[in-house]
Ligand binder design. Structure first.
Ligand code: ATP
Ligand code: MG
Ligand code: MG
Ligand code: MG
Length: 469
Protein backbone atom coordinates (compact mmCIF):
# COMPACT_ATOMS: atom_id res chain seq x y z
CA UNK A 1 0.00 0.00 0.00
CA UNK A 2 1.27 3.44 -0.83
CA UNK A 3 1.35 5.62 2.26
CA UNK A 4 0.12 9.21 2.42
CA UNK A 5 3.75 10.31 2.83
CA UNK A 6 4.79 8.47 -0.32
CA UNK A 7 1.89 9.94 -2.28
CA UNK A 8 2.85 13.46 -1.15
CA UNK A 9 6.44 12.81 -2.21
CA UNK A 10 5.28 11.21 -5.46
CA UNK A 11 3.29 14.28 -6.44
CA UNK A 12 6.06 16.74 -5.63
CA UNK A 13 8.76 14.74 -7.39
CA UNK A 14 6.56 14.28 -10.47
CA UNK A 15 6.39 18.05 -10.86
CA UNK A 16 9.97 18.61 -9.78
CA UNK A 17 10.94 16.36 -12.66
CA UNK A 18 8.98 18.70 -14.92
CA UNK A 19 10.85 21.83 -13.94
CA UNK A 20 8.85 22.94 -10.87
CA UNK A 21 10.52 24.35 -7.80
CA UNK A 22 9.42 22.38 -4.73
CA UNK A 23 8.44 24.82 -1.99
CA UNK A 24 7.46 24.17 1.61
CA UNK A 25 3.91 24.83 2.77
CA UNK A 26 3.28 28.39 3.91
CA UNK A 27 1.87 28.85 7.45
CA UNK A 28 -1.90 28.62 7.90
CA UNK A 29 -2.19 32.25 8.94
CA UNK A 30 -2.00 34.25 5.71
CA UNK A 31 0.81 36.75 5.53
CA UNK A 32 -0.27 40.25 4.53
CA UNK A 33 -3.92 39.37 4.14
CA UNK A 34 -6.05 40.34 7.14
CA UNK A 35 -9.24 39.76 5.15
CA UNK A 36 -8.65 36.02 4.85
CA UNK A 37 -9.23 33.77 7.83
CA UNK A 38 -6.82 30.95 7.05
CA UNK A 39 -4.95 29.73 4.02
CA UNK A 40 -7.59 27.63 2.28
CA UNK A 41 -5.96 26.78 -1.03
CA UNK A 42 -2.52 26.17 -2.48
CA UNK A 43 -2.54 29.38 -4.50
CA UNK A 44 -3.03 31.74 -1.55
CA UNK A 45 0.69 32.19 -0.79
CA UNK A 46 1.24 33.01 -4.48
CA UNK A 47 -1.47 35.65 -4.81
CA UNK A 48 0.96 38.53 -5.27
CA UNK A 49 2.78 36.63 -7.97
CA UNK A 50 -0.43 35.97 -9.89
CA UNK A 51 -1.40 39.65 -9.74
CA UNK A 52 2.07 40.65 -10.90
CA UNK A 53 2.92 42.54 -7.70
CA UNK A 54 5.79 40.15 -6.94
CA UNK A 55 8.29 38.28 -9.07
CA UNK A 56 8.50 34.49 -8.65
CA UNK A 57 11.82 32.79 -7.88
CA UNK A 58 10.98 30.27 -10.58
CA UNK A 59 8.26 30.27 -13.29
CA UNK A 60 6.95 26.90 -12.01
CA UNK A 61 6.35 25.77 -8.44
CA UNK A 62 4.85 22.81 -6.63
CA UNK A 63 3.71 22.50 -3.01
CA UNK A 64 1.71 20.51 -0.54
CA UNK A 65 -0.06 23.37 1.20
CA UNK A 66 -1.69 23.12 4.61
CA UNK A 67 -5.27 24.32 4.32
CA UNK A 68 -8.01 25.02 6.84
CA UNK A 69 -11.62 25.44 5.73
CA UNK A 70 -13.52 26.16 8.90
CA UNK A 71 -15.01 29.59 8.35
CA UNK A 72 -15.45 32.31 5.75
CA UNK A 73 -16.10 31.53 2.11
CA UNK A 74 -15.04 27.87 2.33
CA UNK A 75 -16.41 26.36 5.51
CA UNK A 76 -16.35 22.58 5.67
CA UNK A 77 -16.76 22.31 9.44
CA UNK A 78 -20.32 21.08 9.14
CA UNK A 79 -19.36 18.48 6.53
CA UNK A 80 -16.92 16.69 8.82
CA UNK A 81 -18.47 13.50 10.15
CA UNK A 82 -21.15 13.62 7.45
CA UNK A 83 -19.28 13.22 4.13
CA UNK A 84 -16.52 10.80 3.18
CA UNK A 85 -14.37 13.52 1.69
CA UNK A 86 -14.25 16.69 3.80
CA UNK A 87 -11.83 17.76 6.49
CA UNK A 88 -11.36 21.07 8.23
CA UNK A 89 -7.61 20.61 7.82
CA UNK A 90 -6.21 19.00 4.70
CA UNK A 91 -3.26 19.19 2.38
CA UNK A 92 -3.69 20.61 -1.08
CA UNK A 93 -1.14 19.37 -3.58
CA UNK A 94 -0.57 21.85 -6.36
CA UNK A 95 1.43 22.77 -9.40
CA UNK A 96 1.68 26.38 -10.49
CA UNK A 97 2.72 28.12 -13.67
CA UNK A 98 3.40 31.82 -13.36
CA UNK A 99 2.89 32.94 -16.93
CA UNK A 100 4.81 29.90 -18.15
CA UNK A 101 2.87 26.89 -19.49
CA UNK A 102 -0.90 27.02 -19.88
CA UNK A 103 -3.98 24.90 -20.48
CA UNK A 104 -2.65 22.18 -22.74
CA UNK A 105 0.41 21.38 -20.68
CA UNK A 106 -1.54 21.59 -17.41
CA UNK A 107 -4.09 19.07 -18.66
CA UNK A 108 -1.42 16.82 -20.09
CA UNK A 109 0.60 16.76 -16.86
CA UNK A 110 -2.47 16.10 -14.74
CA UNK A 111 -3.59 13.24 -16.95
CA UNK A 112 -0.09 11.75 -17.07
CA UNK A 113 0.13 11.79 -13.29
CA UNK A 114 -3.26 10.31 -12.47
CA UNK A 115 -3.28 7.62 -15.15
CA UNK A 116 0.52 7.13 -15.31
CA UNK A 117 2.42 7.33 -12.02
CA UNK A 118 -0.74 6.99 -9.90
CA UNK A 119 -2.19 4.35 -12.21
CA UNK A 120 -5.89 5.22 -11.92
CA UNK A 121 -8.19 3.38 -14.31
CA UNK A 122 -9.24 5.70 -17.10
CA UNK A 123 -12.84 4.41 -17.10
CA UNK A 124 -13.31 5.61 -13.49
CA UNK A 125 -12.39 9.18 -14.35
CA UNK A 126 -14.50 12.01 -15.66
CA UNK A 127 -13.93 15.72 -15.93
CA UNK A 128 -15.86 18.96 -15.85
CA UNK A 129 -15.12 22.09 -17.85
CA UNK A 130 -16.66 25.54 -17.73
CA UNK A 131 -19.56 25.61 -20.18
CA UNK A 132 -17.97 28.27 -22.39
CA UNK A 133 -14.52 26.73 -22.38
CA UNK A 134 -14.53 24.83 -25.67
CA UNK A 135 -10.77 24.88 -25.69
CA UNK A 136 -10.55 22.79 -22.51
CA UNK A 137 -13.19 20.33 -23.74
CA UNK A 138 -11.27 19.84 -26.98
CA UNK A 139 -8.00 19.38 -25.14
CA UNK A 140 -9.46 16.74 -22.80
CA UNK A 141 -10.73 14.85 -25.81
CA UNK A 142 -7.41 15.07 -27.57
CA UNK A 143 -5.12 14.35 -24.61
CA UNK A 144 -7.18 11.88 -22.57
CA UNK A 145 -9.38 10.47 -25.30
CA UNK A 146 -12.44 10.90 -23.06
CA UNK A 147 -15.84 10.49 -24.66
CA UNK A 148 -18.22 13.47 -24.68
CA UNK A 149 -20.33 12.09 -21.84
CA UNK A 150 -17.23 12.07 -19.61
CA UNK A 151 -16.54 15.75 -20.28
CA UNK A 152 -19.28 17.55 -18.41
CA UNK A 153 -19.96 21.20 -19.07
CA UNK A 154 -20.83 23.23 -15.99
CA UNK A 155 -22.18 26.75 -16.36
CA UNK A 156 -22.05 27.83 -12.72
CA UNK A 157 -19.37 29.66 -10.74
CA UNK A 158 -18.20 26.23 -9.51
CA UNK A 159 -16.20 26.13 -12.71
CA UNK A 160 -15.21 29.76 -12.92
CA UNK A 161 -12.62 30.92 -10.45
CA UNK A 162 -11.82 34.49 -9.45
CA UNK A 163 -9.51 35.91 -6.83
CA UNK A 164 -11.89 38.69 -5.87
CA UNK A 165 -14.10 41.32 -7.47
CA UNK A 166 -11.15 42.36 -9.62
CA UNK A 167 -7.92 40.68 -10.69
CA UNK A 168 -6.97 37.35 -12.26
CA UNK A 169 -9.77 34.90 -13.01
CA UNK A 170 -10.65 32.15 -15.40
CA UNK A 171 -12.42 28.88 -16.09
CA UNK A 172 -11.56 25.71 -14.23
CA UNK A 173 -11.72 22.03 -14.95
CA UNK A 174 -12.11 19.37 -12.29
CA UNK A 175 -11.20 15.69 -12.34
CA UNK A 176 -13.63 13.32 -10.63
CA UNK A 177 -13.26 9.69 -9.61
CA UNK A 178 -16.20 7.28 -9.63
CA UNK A 179 -16.14 5.14 -6.49
CA UNK A 180 -18.81 2.86 -7.93
CA UNK A 181 -22.54 2.23 -7.91
CA UNK A 182 -22.64 0.89 -4.34
CA UNK A 183 -22.24 4.43 -3.07
CA UNK A 184 -24.97 7.02 -3.28
CA UNK A 185 -24.35 10.03 -5.51
CA UNK A 186 -24.47 11.27 -9.08
CA UNK A 187 -22.02 12.84 -11.53
CA UNK A 188 -21.20 16.56 -11.28
CA UNK A 189 -24.07 18.72 -12.47
CA UNK A 190 -26.69 16.10 -11.55
CA UNK A 191 -29.16 16.48 -8.66
CA UNK A 192 -27.25 13.84 -6.63
CA UNK A 193 -23.83 15.41 -7.10
CA UNK A 194 -23.42 16.04 -3.37
CA UNK A 195 -23.25 12.33 -2.69
CA UNK A 196 -19.96 10.54 -2.19
CA UNK A 197 -19.94 8.36 -5.29
CA UNK A 198 -18.29 10.79 -7.71
CA UNK A 199 -15.56 12.54 -5.80
CA UNK A 200 -13.68 15.57 -7.02
CA UNK A 201 -9.97 14.97 -6.73
CA UNK A 202 -8.27 17.73 -8.67
CA UNK A 203 -9.17 21.25 -9.70
CA UNK A 204 -7.23 22.89 -12.54
CA UNK A 205 -7.66 26.66 -12.73
CA UNK A 206 -6.84 28.41 -15.97
CA UNK A 207 -6.14 32.04 -15.10
CA UNK A 208 -6.59 33.73 -18.44
CA UNK A 209 -8.50 36.96 -17.75
CA UNK A 210 -8.08 40.07 -15.70
CA UNK A 211 -11.36 41.32 -14.28
CA UNK A 212 -11.64 45.12 -14.21
CA UNK A 213 -13.58 47.25 -11.74
CA UNK A 214 -16.28 47.97 -14.35
CA UNK A 215 -16.95 44.23 -14.67
CA UNK A 216 -15.32 43.72 -18.03
CA UNK A 217 -12.58 41.18 -18.61
CA UNK A 218 -9.41 41.55 -20.62
CA UNK A 219 -7.09 38.73 -21.66
CA UNK A 220 -4.01 38.32 -19.47
CA UNK A 221 -0.88 38.71 -21.59
CA UNK A 222 0.68 35.71 -19.82
CA UNK A 223 -1.98 33.33 -18.57
CA UNK A 224 -1.18 31.22 -15.51
CA UNK A 225 -2.04 27.88 -13.95
CA UNK A 226 -3.11 27.05 -10.41
CA UNK A 227 -4.13 23.53 -9.48
CA UNK A 228 -5.26 21.85 -6.27
CA UNK A 229 -5.55 18.16 -5.49
CA UNK A 230 -6.64 16.89 -2.08
CA UNK A 231 -3.88 14.65 -0.72
CA UNK A 232 -6.31 12.70 1.45
CA UNK A 233 -8.73 12.17 -1.44
CA UNK A 234 -6.12 10.84 -3.84
CA UNK A 235 -4.71 8.67 -1.03
CA UNK A 236 -8.17 7.22 -0.47
CA UNK A 237 -8.28 6.05 -4.08
CA UNK A 238 -4.72 4.79 -4.16
CA UNK A 239 -5.23 2.84 -0.94
CA UNK A 240 -8.34 1.16 -2.33
CA UNK A 241 -10.78 2.58 0.22
CA UNK A 242 -13.73 4.89 -0.20
CA UNK A 243 -13.77 7.10 2.87
CA UNK A 244 -10.96 9.60 3.51
CA UNK A 245 -11.01 8.59 7.15
CA UNK A 246 -9.94 5.05 6.17
CA UNK A 247 -6.49 6.03 4.86
CA UNK A 248 -3.38 4.98 6.79
CA UNK A 249 -2.89 8.36 8.45
CA UNK A 250 -6.41 8.50 9.87
CA UNK A 251 -6.39 4.82 10.76
CA UNK A 252 -3.38 5.43 13.00
CA UNK A 253 -5.00 8.46 14.62
CA UNK A 254 -8.23 6.56 15.21
CA UNK A 255 -6.30 3.59 16.66
CA UNK A 256 -4.67 6.03 19.10
CA UNK A 257 -8.13 7.30 20.04
CA UNK A 258 -9.31 3.74 20.67
CA UNK A 259 -6.51 3.42 23.24
CA UNK A 260 -7.17 6.78 24.82
CA UNK A 261 -10.93 6.33 25.08
CA UNK A 262 -10.78 2.58 25.71
CA UNK A 263 -13.46 1.80 23.17
CA UNK A 264 -13.80 0.66 19.58
CA UNK A 265 -14.38 3.02 16.70
CA UNK A 266 -17.59 1.42 15.48
CA UNK A 267 -21.32 1.87 15.12
CA UNK A 268 -22.85 5.13 16.27
CA UNK A 269 -19.59 6.32 17.72
CA UNK A 270 -17.53 6.06 14.56
CA UNK A 271 -18.45 9.60 13.51
CA UNK A 272 -17.15 10.96 16.83
CA UNK A 273 -13.82 9.21 16.30
CA UNK A 274 -13.55 10.77 12.85
CA UNK A 275 -14.51 14.26 13.98
CA UNK A 276 -11.94 14.09 16.77
CA UNK A 277 -9.19 12.96 14.37
CA UNK A 278 -10.04 15.77 11.99
CA UNK A 279 -10.30 18.47 14.63
CA UNK A 280 -7.11 17.27 16.31
CA UNK A 281 -5.26 17.97 13.09
CA UNK A 282 -6.71 21.42 12.53
CA UNK A 283 -6.26 22.43 16.17
CA UNK A 284 -2.67 21.20 16.38
CA UNK A 285 -1.64 22.80 13.10
CA UNK A 286 -3.28 26.11 13.98
CA UNK A 287 -1.57 26.13 17.37
CA UNK A 288 1.75 25.31 15.71
CA UNK A 289 1.28 28.32 13.43
CA UNK A 290 0.70 30.66 16.35
CA UNK A 291 -3.09 30.81 16.69
CA UNK A 292 -4.29 30.62 20.31
CA UNK A 293 -7.82 29.81 21.43
CA UNK A 294 -9.58 33.05 22.27
CA UNK A 295 -12.96 34.73 22.01
CA UNK A 296 -12.41 36.66 18.83
CA UNK A 297 -11.34 36.29 15.22
CA UNK A 298 -9.06 33.41 14.30
CA UNK A 299 -8.61 32.36 17.90
CA UNK A 300 -12.35 31.91 18.23
CA UNK A 301 -12.49 29.70 15.17
CA UNK A 302 -9.81 27.55 16.78
CA UNK A 303 -11.73 27.49 20.06
CA UNK A 304 -14.89 26.43 18.22
CA UNK A 305 -13.04 23.56 16.52
CA UNK A 306 -11.46 22.47 19.81
CA UNK A 307 -14.74 22.56 21.69
CA UNK A 308 -16.57 20.62 19.01
CA UNK A 309 -13.91 17.93 19.30
CA UNK A 310 -14.23 18.01 23.07
CA UNK A 311 -17.97 17.50 22.89
CA UNK A 312 -17.30 14.36 20.87
CA UNK A 313 -14.69 13.26 23.43
CA UNK A 314 -17.44 13.68 26.02
CA UNK A 315 -19.72 11.46 23.90
CA UNK A 316 -16.95 8.86 24.03
CA UNK A 317 -17.05 8.98 27.80
CA UNK A 318 -14.20 11.40 28.55
CA UNK A 319 -14.50 12.84 32.03
CA UNK A 320 -11.08 14.41 32.07
CA UNK A 321 -8.96 16.00 29.32
CA UNK A 322 -8.06 13.47 26.63
CA UNK A 323 -7.35 15.34 23.42
CA UNK A 324 -3.79 16.22 24.39
CA UNK A 325 -2.97 12.51 24.77
CA UNK A 326 -3.35 12.22 21.00
CA UNK A 327 -0.58 14.69 20.13
CA UNK A 328 2.19 12.02 19.98
CA UNK A 329 0.23 9.95 17.45
CA UNK A 330 -0.26 13.01 15.26
CA UNK A 331 3.42 13.84 15.43
CA UNK A 332 4.35 10.27 14.50
CA UNK A 333 2.14 10.56 11.42
CA UNK A 334 2.91 14.09 10.29
CA UNK A 335 5.93 15.40 12.20
CA UNK A 336 8.41 14.47 9.53
CA UNK A 337 6.64 16.36 6.75
CA UNK A 338 5.81 19.27 9.09
CA UNK A 339 8.62 19.85 11.60
CA UNK A 340 6.72 22.80 13.08
CA UNK A 341 4.42 20.25 14.72
CA UNK A 342 7.31 18.66 16.55
CA UNK A 343 8.70 22.05 17.53
CA UNK A 344 5.37 23.08 19.00
CA UNK A 345 4.61 19.77 20.69
CA UNK A 346 4.72 21.14 24.25
CA UNK A 347 2.57 24.11 23.33
CA UNK A 348 -0.01 22.00 21.49
CA UNK A 349 -0.26 19.52 24.34
CA UNK A 350 -0.60 22.20 27.00
CA UNK A 351 -3.17 24.23 25.06
CA UNK A 352 -5.33 21.22 24.28
CA UNK A 353 -5.26 20.16 27.91
CA UNK A 354 -6.00 23.64 29.28
CA UNK A 355 -8.85 24.25 26.88
CA UNK A 356 -10.42 20.88 27.59
CA UNK A 357 -10.08 21.33 31.34
CA UNK A 358 -11.69 24.78 31.04
CA UNK A 359 -14.56 23.55 28.92
CA UNK A 360 -15.17 20.44 31.01
CA UNK A 361 -16.19 22.65 33.91
CA UNK A 362 -19.31 23.73 32.02
CA UNK A 363 -19.82 21.20 29.23
CA UNK A 364 -21.84 18.64 31.21
CA UNK A 365 -24.10 21.26 32.78
CA UNK A 366 -24.60 22.97 29.42
CA UNK A 367 -25.61 19.71 27.77
CA UNK A 368 -28.06 19.02 30.61
CA UNK A 369 -29.59 22.46 30.12
CA UNK A 370 -29.84 21.80 26.40
CA UNK A 371 -31.61 18.49 27.06
CA UNK A 372 -34.14 20.21 29.31
CA UNK A 373 -34.71 23.01 26.84
CA UNK A 374 -35.26 20.70 23.89
CA UNK A 375 -37.28 17.98 25.62
CA UNK A 376 -40.56 19.36 24.33
CA UNK A 377 -39.36 20.35 20.85
CA UNK A 378 -40.42 18.38 17.80
CA UNK A 379 -38.31 17.67 14.74
CA UNK A 380 -37.81 20.80 12.64
CA UNK A 381 -38.44 23.17 15.54
CA UNK A 382 -35.98 25.78 16.78
CA UNK A 383 -34.35 26.26 20.15
CA UNK A 384 -35.10 29.78 21.42
CA UNK A 385 -32.25 32.23 20.75
CA UNK A 386 -32.02 33.24 24.42
CA UNK A 387 -31.30 29.67 25.44
CA UNK A 388 -28.58 29.34 22.80
CA UNK A 389 -27.20 32.65 24.06
CA UNK A 390 -27.21 31.48 27.65
CA UNK A 391 -25.30 28.39 26.60
CA UNK A 392 -22.82 30.64 24.85
CA UNK A 393 -22.47 33.24 27.55
CA UNK A 394 -22.58 31.10 30.68
CA UNK A 395 -21.47 27.67 29.55
CA UNK A 396 -19.00 28.57 26.79
CA UNK A 397 -20.94 26.84 24.00
CA UNK A 398 -20.11 28.46 20.65
CA UNK A 399 -23.32 28.84 18.63
CA UNK A 400 -22.18 26.32 16.03
CA UNK A 401 -21.55 23.75 18.76
CA UNK A 402 -25.15 24.06 19.92
CA UNK A 403 -26.29 23.80 16.30
CA UNK A 404 -24.14 20.72 15.81
CA UNK A 405 -25.63 18.99 18.86
CA UNK A 406 -29.16 19.82 17.71
CA UNK A 407 -28.59 18.85 14.10
CA UNK A 408 -28.29 15.22 15.18
CA UNK A 409 -31.81 15.52 16.61
CA UNK A 410 -33.33 17.33 13.64
CA UNK A 411 -33.58 20.64 15.52
CA UNK A 412 -32.31 24.13 14.73
CA UNK A 413 -31.55 27.35 16.61
CA UNK A 414 -33.37 30.66 16.31
CA UNK A 415 -30.22 32.54 15.24
CA UNK A 416 -32.01 35.90 14.97
CA UNK A 417 -33.02 35.50 18.60
CA UNK A 418 -29.42 34.62 19.44
CA UNK A 419 -28.14 37.76 17.68
CA UNK A 420 -30.71 39.89 19.50
CA UNK A 421 -29.70 38.46 22.87
CA UNK A 422 -26.06 39.09 22.02
CA UNK A 423 -26.77 42.67 20.97
CA UNK A 424 -28.71 43.33 24.19
CA UNK A 425 -25.87 41.93 26.26
CA UNK A 426 -23.33 44.10 24.45
CA UNK A 427 -25.50 47.18 24.79
CA UNK A 428 -25.88 46.58 28.52
CA UNK A 429 -22.09 46.74 28.70
CA UNK A 430 -21.62 43.66 30.78
CA UNK A 431 -18.01 42.70 30.97
CA UNK A 432 -18.51 39.07 30.08
CA UNK A 433 -20.41 39.54 26.83
CA UNK A 434 -17.73 37.66 24.96
CA UNK A 435 -18.83 34.50 26.68
CA UNK A 436 -16.91 31.27 26.38
CA UNK A 437 -15.36 31.26 29.81
CA UNK A 438 -11.87 32.09 30.86
CA UNK A 439 -9.76 33.74 28.19
CA UNK A 440 -6.46 33.90 30.04
CA UNK A 441 -3.83 31.81 28.34
CA UNK A 442 -0.75 32.54 30.42
CA UNK A 443 2.31 34.65 29.87
CA UNK A 444 4.35 32.14 27.96
CA UNK A 445 1.80 31.70 25.21
CA UNK A 446 1.46 35.42 24.72
CA UNK A 447 5.18 35.63 24.44
CA UNK A 448 5.15 32.93 21.80
CA UNK A 449 2.39 34.60 19.83
CA UNK A 450 4.49 37.74 20.01
CA UNK A 451 7.42 35.90 18.51
CA UNK A 452 5.42 34.16 15.80
CA UNK A 453 3.65 37.34 14.81
CA UNK A 454 0.13 38.60 15.31
CA UNK A 455 -2.88 36.65 14.16
CA UNK A 456 -5.16 39.65 13.97
CA UNK A 457 -8.07 39.01 11.72
CA UNK A 458 -10.38 41.76 10.61
CA UNK A 459 -13.09 40.29 8.43
CA UNK A 460 -14.99 37.73 10.44
CA UNK A 461 -18.34 37.90 12.13
CA UNK A 462 -19.05 35.29 14.76
CA UNK A 463 -22.52 34.22 13.70
CA UNK A 464 -22.58 34.99 9.99
CA UNK A 465 -19.12 33.68 9.16
CA UNK A 466 -18.47 35.74 6.06
CA UNK A 467 -15.91 38.39 5.41
CA UNK A 468 -13.54 36.81 2.99
CA UNK A 469 -12.38 38.30 -0.26
P1 ATP B 1 -15.82 19.91 -2.90
O1 ATP B 1 -16.69 20.34 -4.06
O2 ATP B 1 -15.66 18.44 -2.80
O3 ATP B 1 -16.21 20.56 -1.62
P2 ATP B 1 -14.07 22.04 -3.69
O4 ATP B 1 -14.52 22.25 -5.09
O5 ATP B 1 -14.62 22.94 -2.64
O6 ATP B 1 -14.33 20.49 -3.24
P3 ATP B 1 -11.50 23.12 -4.37
O7 ATP B 1 -11.70 24.46 -3.78
O8 ATP B 1 -11.60 22.98 -5.84
O9 ATP B 1 -12.47 22.07 -3.62
O10 ATP B 1 -10.09 22.55 -3.85
C1 ATP B 1 -9.21 21.75 -4.64
C2 ATP B 1 -9.15 20.32 -4.13
O11 ATP B 1 -8.91 20.26 -2.72
C3 ATP B 1 -10.43 19.54 -4.30
O12 ATP B 1 -10.52 19.03 -5.61
C4 ATP B 1 -10.30 18.43 -3.27
O13 ATP B 1 -9.50 17.36 -3.76
C5 ATP B 1 -9.54 19.13 -2.14
N1 ATP B 1 -10.45 19.58 -1.07
C6 ATP B 1 -11.26 20.67 -1.06
N2 ATP B 1 -11.91 20.80 0.10
C7 ATP B 1 -11.50 19.77 0.87
C8 ATP B 1 -11.80 19.37 2.20
N3 ATP B 1 -12.64 20.08 2.98
N4 ATP B 1 -11.21 18.27 2.69
C9 ATP B 1 -10.35 17.55 1.93
N5 ATP B 1 -10.02 17.88 0.68
C10 ATP B 1 -10.59 18.98 0.14
MG1 MG C 1 -15.98 22.60 -1.17
MG1 MG D 1 -16.20 21.24 -5.97
MG1 MG E 1 -13.27 22.36 -6.85
Amino acid sequence: MTSVSDIRKGFLSFFEGRGHEVKPSAPLVPENDPSLLFVNAGMVPFKNIFTGAEKPTSPRATTSQKCVRAGGKHNDLDNVGYTARHHTFFEMLGNFSFGDYFKEEAIKQAWDLVTGDFGLAKDKLLVTVYAEDDEAATLWKKIAGLSDDKIIRIATSDNFWSMGDTGPCGPCSEIFYDHGPDIWGGPPGSPEEDGDRFIEIWNLVFMQFNQLADGTRENLPKPSIDTGMGLERISTILQGVHNNYDIDLFKSLIAAEEDVFSRKAAGDQLASFRVIADHLRSSAFLLADGVMPSNEGRGYVLRRIMRRAMRHAHLLGAEEPKMHLLTPALITEMGEAFPELKRAEALITAQLEQEEARFQRTLGRGLALLDDATGALKEGEALPGETAFKLYDTYGFPLDLTQDVLRGRGLTVDTDGFDTAMAEQRASGKANWKGSGDASTGEIWHELVGRLGPTRFTGYDSTKGSGEV
